[in-house]
Write a protein of this length. Structure first.
Length: 195
């Protein structure tokens, strides 16, 4: 039973555990978005039974959310690059895709930075091998950037059921899409939000 924690202004902050939810409820830090959800969770807590659905709660007061820098691991790189080869643009399953070092490590490239790693299909990675992209006429489709502010975006990509629940919420509860000053970060690449 994933619990999606929203800020007071209804931006996704994190996916938290059921135990954490109980703590936050006890401290009166969070509220449910509607009475139906409150009733459902109260029942489940009473019966100590895990529900299946996604629970959405929001903080009662906004907090300062620290900038989060995600690690450029394989999973996050696949999410950033949308499972798409950054050279030829072909989409693939994780098994069909590799991580390519733009400047090969053997030639002084950084082994584990956001900027020097991109998703590549096996064909392009094989063609590139130990070369710079320009040496084998390959071109990056976009500059590889670190993922910092777009945490909410990755969060929702990682938990499809949470994303569905959030999108439903946006449609049903919110009178309008989130304000432009607080984008969800659905367009990767454009730095957004405060800070
Ligand atoms: Zn490719």
């Amino acid at each position: 039973m994933p619990v999606l924690l929203l800020s007071a202004s209804l931006q996704p902050l994190n996916v938290i555990s059921r135990r954490r939810l109980v703590v936050l409820l006890t401290k009166e830090r969070v509220a449910f978005l509607d009475d139906e959800a409150r009733r459902l969770v109260a029942e489940e807590l009473e019966q100590r039974r895990l529900g299946e659905g996604v629970i959405v709660v929001r903080l009662l007061r906004n907090i300062v959310v620290p900038r989060r820098m995600l690690r450029p691991n394989r999973r996050n790189l696949l999410l950033r690059d949308d499972h798409t080869c950054q050279y030829c643009g072909v989409r693939g399953t994780p098994a069909e895709l590799t991580i390519d070092h733009v400047v090969p490590v053997s030639r002084g490239g950084a082994p584990s930075t956001w900027e020097n790693q991109v998703v590549a299909c096996k064909r392009c990675n094989g063609r590139k091998a130990n070369h710079l992209p320009s040496e084998v006429s390959l071109k990056l489709r976009r500059a590889p950037r670190p993922v910092v502010q777009e945490y909410a975006h990755l969060l929702l990509l990682r938990y499809p059921e949470v994303r569905r629940a959030y999108e439903e919420l946006v449609r049903s509860v919110l009178p309008a899409p989130p304000a432009a000053s607080e984008p969800l970060g659905l367009a990767l690449g454009a730095p957004s939000g405060p800070g």
